[in-house]
Design a protein around this ligand. Structure first.
Ligand code: GDP
Ligand code: MG
Length: 167
């Protein structure tokens, strides 16, 4: 199996940290130059039986008002429909206008969206997540939700498993 997974989300949710953990190496691959006009490659994970190319879709993390105009939606749509699955990264328990702007763009996606709720190590009580998860559920239609912590390296196996299901 081989395919493309787009990693999207506003700045500071932990995309780079998560990518480094998923790729199992502390390389600053995240600063790689654009490889194509539509995607920037974060890194390629190669295992015996599968390969996942993690990419960035530039249209998807502008945030703010610009991202909701028709032109941007079209540009973003063309970028993210070139992948097999979208990993929408948010951070617990903080949902911002920028997150909402990304979520709005993702409403146009024709590929499955997996919601990665990163930084769950910050959550002391699971119940604190309820209002946040409700808000998220209203903003974005997701195929599955995976709580993760790049710091604690938890949830990483599940991400790979869910991505592979969709390739
Ligand atoms: P990006 O802008 O989405 O690429 O986010 P970064 O990977 O640069 O991370 C932003 C900040 O969040 C950094 O200070 C990271 O150390 C921190 N961070 C990333 N992952 C986690 C996590 O799982 N838990 C906590 N507590 N902080 C994290
Ligand atoms: Mg980054």
């Amino acid at each position: 199996k081989a395919g493309f997974a787009a990693v999207v989300g506003r700045p500071n949710v932990g995309k780079s940290t998560l990518m480094n953990e998923l790729l199992g190496q502390k390389l600053s691959i995240t600063s790689a130059k654009p490889q194509t006009t539509r995607h920037r490659i974060h890194g390629i994970f190669t295992a015996e039986d599968h390969q996942i190319v993690y990419v960035d879709t530039p249209g998807l993390h502008l945030g703010g008002e610009k991202s909701i105009n028709r032109y941007m939606n079209r540009a973003a749509r063309s970028a993210f429909n070139g992948v097999d699955v979208i990993l929408f990264v948010v951070e617990a328990p903080k949902f911002t206008r920028e997150d909402r702007a990304v979520a709005q763009q993702l409403a146009e996606a024709e590929v499955p969206v997996i919601l990665l709720v990163n930084k769950i190590d910050k959550i002391k009580h699971k119940a604190d997540m309820m209002p946040y998860l409700q808000l998220l559920g209203q903003a974005v239609k997701f195929d599955s939700l995976i709580p993760v912590s790049a710091f604690k390296k938890s949830g990483l196996d599940l991400i790979v498993k869910e991505v592979l299901k969709r390739l």
